[in-house]
Design a protein around this ligand. Structure first.
Ligand code: NDP
Ligand code: 2IT
Length: 461
């Protein structure tokens, strides 16, 4: 390479890094308290320099400032009346982050920790996740700082109705399509849909996904995130001549994602030895009895500690973080953000973990991710590993538009193909950008390029 070419490359690289640093420092200055959002931006910014070097038009078009500023952030009052007749007020959010490749799409989270930082981190990473699915969906997210725990069915219904009274004017099948996330499942989506239909005076099935099968839901959506995560793990392992059969698996959480990840892993011959809820975890060396977990968590609304009453050979431990001290070959964080610390990652690695795949969104801290990458763990970042849920949401939208319902087998086959494509696209992008095997770089660059190109082609809007 001639001296001048090398110098030019160096200058472009310096310019790209200076641009990334400048935008990141502006973001932190502007909203200093939004730490989760900063973390999600940092993950993308640490990967994309080679894409900016290859295509400096992204810098000229100020793509990073535009990508990190939501198209719209709606904050609203959610008043409702509890069973005692007392008026309660919660704060609702919807972030419509990016519509470059389709209508805003992303779940609703009802949890006391929800705030603008959490909604923005989730909405931001949703942009790239949705791009990776290959489906025509933009990025959005929403929720409320409402705690569904201990609420009656009537309270949940009144809360959902009030939440939708405000949301209905912002959403629609071609505008913004919410779905579930933590604390929002088929029951909540039913109440949300009922209120949406009443306010609209029309049956617009495609305005929400994750609906009941009785009114426009898709077979396979309930299972999609957890199953998709395992399909992704299968792809990663196959590439290294490994498979899931007989492997010991630790899964955090015992909600929608967790239960279906366990179900598929067990079906493929793995031994799931632990799972948790927000109080603590159970450890069953002979393999968790999933039917008991389902009965407790899906049907009876009880705590995971009650599992030991039915399986006395198992152990319950109070507190969540200790779950990562259990030796396993496959770790699947499927509960919440930042649940694997740097030291938990170190312990997992010391105990021989081979695969870490994120069913939850941003469950590994920055320090944990660094450890996984440095130790050559097969590490699948959330935006790739858990994209199956939103991908099947998009298939639900397609079925709603065409008024046709596919069989479970048809949806499951499409999900498998989508997860295989995501794995190969991330893997290829990692190779093309000099980071073979690094799926963080692969997922971030593949997702970023698709969205940045769509934004560029649509002009400065
Ligand atoms: P659920 O509400 O069904 O389950 C959440 C599970 O995680 C519960 O077991 C819950 O315990 C536990 N949990 C929640 N918050 C915490 C916390 N702060 N500390 C410890 N444990 C906690 O939610 P989902 O299964 O739908 O979501 C789980 C994760 O997967 C989230 O990160 C979500 O963003 C992500 N995700 C979900 C998708 C979906 O389709 N649903 C798609 C892609 C990602 P408890 O019962 O005690 O509250
Ligand atoms: O984080 C996620 O991808 C979800 N909660 C699912 C979003 C959706 O629209 O199905």
């Amino acid at each position: 390479m001639s001296h001048t070419i090398m110098q030019r490359d160096y200058q472009t690289e310096q310019r790209a890094q200076a641009y990334i640093d400048e935008v990141f420092s502006q973001i932190k200055q502007r909203d200093p308290h939004e730490t989760e959002f900063h973390q999600a931006v940092d993950v993308i910014f640490k990967s994309i320099k080679p894409a900016l070097v290859k295509n400096p038009a992204y810098i000229d078009n100020r793509i990073l400032e535009r990508l990190t500023e939501p198209e719209r952030l709606i904050t609203f009052r959610v008043p409702w009346v509890d069973d005692e007749g007392t008026v309660q007020v919660n704060r609702g959010f919807r972030v419509q982050f990016n519509s470059a490749i389709g209508p805003y799409k992303g779940g609703l989270r009802f949890h006391p920790t929800v705030n603008s930082s959490v909604v923005k981190f989730l909405g931001f990473q949703q942009i790239f996740k949705n791009a990776l699915t290959g489906q025509p969906i933009g990025g959005g997210k929403g929720g409320a700082d409402f705690d569904p725990k201990g609420k009656s069915d009537g309270e949940i219904m009144r809360f959902c109705q009030s939440f939708m009274t405000e949301s209905s004017q912002h959403i629609g099948p071609d505008t913004d399509v919410p779905a579930g996330d933590i604390g929002v499942g088929a029951r909540e989506l039913g109440y949300l849909f009922g209120q949406y239909k009443k306010l609209r005076g029309r049956f617009e099935a495609g305005a929400l996904t994750g609906k009941s099968l009785n009114f426009g839901g898709s077979l396979g959506r309930k299972e999609a995130t957890g199953y998709g995560t395992i399909y992704f793990v299968e792809n990663m392992m196959k590439d290294k001549g490994l498979n899931i059969e007989g492997k010991r698996v630790v899964v955090s959480g015992s909600g929608n994602v967790s239960i279906h990840a366990m179900e598929k892993a067990i079906e493929l011959g793995a031994i799931v030895v632990a799972c948790s809820d927000s109080d603590g975890y159970i450890h069953d060396e002979n393999g968790i009895h999933l039917e008991t977990v389902k009965q407790l968590k899906e049907i009876e609304n009880r705590r995971i500690r009650d599992y030991v009453d039915y399986h006395p050979q198992s152990v319950y431990v109070e507190g969540c973080s200790g779950i990562w001290t259990i030796p396993c070959e496959i770790a699947l964080p499927c509960a919440t953000q930042n649940e694997i610390s740097g030291s938990a990652a170190q312990t997992l690695i010391k105990n021989g973990v081979k695969v870490v795949a994120e069913g939850a969104n941003m469950p590994s801290t920055t320090a944990a991710v660094e450890q996984f990458i440095a130790s050559d763990i097969l590490y699948a970042p959330a935006k790739a590993a858990n994209a199956g849920g939103v991908a099947v949401s998009s298939l639900e939208m397609a079925q709603n538009s065409s008024r046709i319902a596919w069989t479970f087998e048809e949806v499951d086959k499409k999900l498998k193909d989508i997860m295989t494509d995501i794995y190969h696209n991330c893997s290829e992008a990692a190779k093309a950008y000099s980071a073979p095997g690094n799926l963080v770089v692969g997922a971030n660059i593949a997702g970023f390029i698709k969205v940045a190109d769509a934004m560029t082609e649509q002009g400065v809007i």
